[in-house]
Design a protein around this ligand. Structure first.
Ligand SMILES: [Mn+2]
Length: 613
């Protein structure tokens, strides 16, 4: 048995005891008070079984798998091959990325002149892994390459003029190359250029109308860039620049090593895991099993991944990325970078343990922010956007707390920390609501503002906070259609429990790695029954067994739908939405219940307000 990791991770529960050992009637109270949900949509979207059959025949896979692929945008046999069996040949040529060759030439000419290159990054996993790759590639090519990652609390995000002046004074660069920032840094770039320093901006954030002047810009989203895939994370772009440097210098570093770093940043940054991102994630995860780098080995061990095993994308998202991110949330992300660069196993182990300690500290700070924000917002808010701020809130956890609250309340959330005269904050949105797009209309209120569709950061004078909040509430009420605030979880397909044999489970595993853009599929099973009682697990979960004709499977519900406990106790048939859970603990097949309702023939009219049959 692997020792439990430092952080609380929901996957690490103990194997379920025999139900009869549990005292009766405990914990049958349904969801915790922090769980808000609306009715699930029980009607399945009409499929196209002829299309599924055609793809299944062409690729030689079962029809249900073809249907799942087609719902993920895979239509042709060659797309299906790329999706099911990603290989290195699927990676695009780095020279297709506009500016990449020019950037590589500039970096190498700086190196030849004996000038120093500063890789200027960001404090999250995407930024740190991008710095690690580029610095390694530049060092291999013979450059004097230094790393600089802004301090989240002291410097703030990105290439600000003050931060640039600090870098110029402390590191004396000839060339600055940014990763994961810089695309809106008109003034920061100007400050560097005024000091005679060359600047390369590599970024994946949305491209503003005015690009920084006098910089080589690499961003697949910029107009005129013909790169075939637009959704790379910063770490994916860094992989491309690192390869371009290797091609131009004739001294590249192993692609496996680049992919290990890039897969972590790609999964952590929540970019869609489709196209080239899926290739990077799938290949990188496989290479992680064979890493010899002491830092990566120590980090994986600290996260509870067995030696020699490839972590899943979910393990990266829930156990590995939070540890790397914790460094920059609590203090400096240079600690996370040091882990990638450490060559001594004992020291790497110390850094990994320190990251776990910071992650535990992060969790405590986050819980405090979430609890206070929840208390102020109340159980059923009227506002379309939730905006709160506090002087006691730690800036480093606002984004992660906002993301938790956005999921919970199913509406966009902005949280601010007040410091002196300023309010600095982070926002997270829900699918279908472009937080970035709507807030852009309020750019006049904000001094700093940037991000993605779903995630933004910004700041404003504290004196204007109330005005901003009033204006934002009004604008969001106009812009966000009310049905966007209704959560209607839906299943992709019907899959009776008795179909869950080893072959089907193996087919489903071919859809991994799961993540943004490729969620673990949700299935509908009708007329299941509980075998015995459901008993509490974890903070508010329930577990038990589900029985259907010719099936008996272990089931767990981390956030039990209301009524599950009652349905289980009733011994009457019910329908469930479920996922096939990852089998990481060696417990075999388990399903995760997401929704439940009485089966057809068991429902009264009021049980079925959607009118679904
Ligand atoms: Mn990023």
């Amino acid at each position: 048995m692997i020792p439990p990791p430092g952080g609380a991770t929901k996957e690490r529960e103990v194997p379920p005891p025999v139900p009869a050992d549990e005292p009766a009637g405990r914990g049958l109270t349904g969801p915790g008070s922090d769980t808000r949900r609306v009715d699930a949509a029980w009607e399945l979207a009409a499929g196209d079984s002829a299309g599924d059959a055609r793809l299944a025949r062409e690729v030689g896979i079962p029809e249900f798998l073809a249907g799942l692929l087609r719902r993920r945008g895979v239509e042709t046999a060659s797309d299906a091959r790329r999706f099911l069996a990603p290989e290195e040949g699927d990676l695009h040529d780095p020279r297709l990325l506009a500016g990449a060759a020019e950037a590589a030439d500039l970096l190498l000419s700086t190196a030849r002149r004996g000038g120093r290159v500063v890789v200027f990054g960001d404090y999250d996993v995407d930024g740190v892994t991008a710095v690690a790759q580029l610095r390694a590639a530049l060092s291999r090519a013979g450059a004097d390459a230094a790393a600089f990652i802004p301090h989240r609390l002291r410097d703030g995000y990105g290439l600000k003029p003050d931060t640039v002046r600090r870098v110029l004074a402390e590191l004396r660069p000839a060339t600055i190359v940014t990763v994961d920032c810089g695309i809106s840094a008109v003034e920061g770039v100007a400050a560097a250029r005024a000091a005679g320093v060359d600047v390369i901006v590599t970024d994946h954030h949305l491209v503003p109308a005015a690009l920084p002047d006098g910089a080589v810009v690499v961003n697949p989203r910029q107009p005129g860039c013909g790169y075939p895939y637009k959704e790379l994370a910063a770490t994916g772009i860094a992989l491309k620049i690192a390869e371009a440097v290797g091609l131009a210098s004739g001294r590249g570093i192993a692609r496996a090593s680049l992919l290990r770093a890039a897969c972590l940043g790609t999964i952590a940054d929540l970019v869609p895991l489709d196209g080239e991102n899926r290739t990077i994630a799938a290949l990188g995860l496989a290479h992680l099993a064979r890493s010899r780098a002491p830092g990566l080995r120590a980090l994986l061990a600290e996260a509870g991944i067995s030696a020699g095993a490839a972590p899943s994308a979910e393990e990266v998202a829930f156990r590995i990325a939070p540890r790397l991110n914790a460094a920059g949330r609590i203090d400096t992300a240079m600690l996370a970078l040091a882990l990638f660069e450490e060559r001594d196993a004992a020291r790497a182990g110390e850094i990994a343990r320190e990251l776990s300690a910071r992650n535990a500290e992060r969790q405590a700070l986050e819980r405090a922010v979430v609890a206070e924000a929840r208390r102020r917002i109340g159980p059923a808010p009227d506002d379309t956007v939730l905006i709160e701020g506090d002087a006691a809130w730690h800036r480093g956890v606002l984004g992660i707390a906002a993301s938790r609250l956005a999921r919970e309340y199913h509406r966009p959330v902005l949280l601010f920390g007040f410091e002196g005269e300023r309010a600095g904050g982070s926002g997270r949105s829900i699918p279908g609501v472009s937080l970035h797009g709507i807030l852009q209309e309020l750019a006049g209120h904000l001094d700093e503002f940037g991000g993605h569709d779903q995630a933004v950061g910004g700041s404003l004078p504290l004196a204007r906070f109330d005005d901003f909040r009033r204006a934002a509430r009004e604008l969001f009420r106009e812009r966000v259609p009310s049905d966007a605030l209704v959560r209607r979880p839906a299943a992709e397909a019907e899959l009776p429990l008795e179909r869950l044999d080893a072959a089907v489970v193996a087919d489903l595993a071919r859809l991994e790695p799961h993540g943004a853009g490729n969620p673990r599929p949700v299935f509908l099973a009708r007329g299941v029954r509980a075998a015995g009682e459901f008993t509490p697990v974890g903070a508010s979960g329930l577990r038990g067994r589900l029985r259907a004709p010719a099936a008996d499977v272990r089931a767990i519900a981390w956030q039990p739908p209301s009524g599950l406990a009652g349905l289980a106790a009733s011994r009457r048939p019910f329908d469930v939405h479920y996922r096939v859970a990852e089998d990481r603990g060696g417990w075999g097949l388990r399903v995760e219940i997401l929704e439940a309702r009485p089966a057809a023939g068991e429902r009264r009219v009021e049980d079925n307000p959607t009118g679904a049959a």
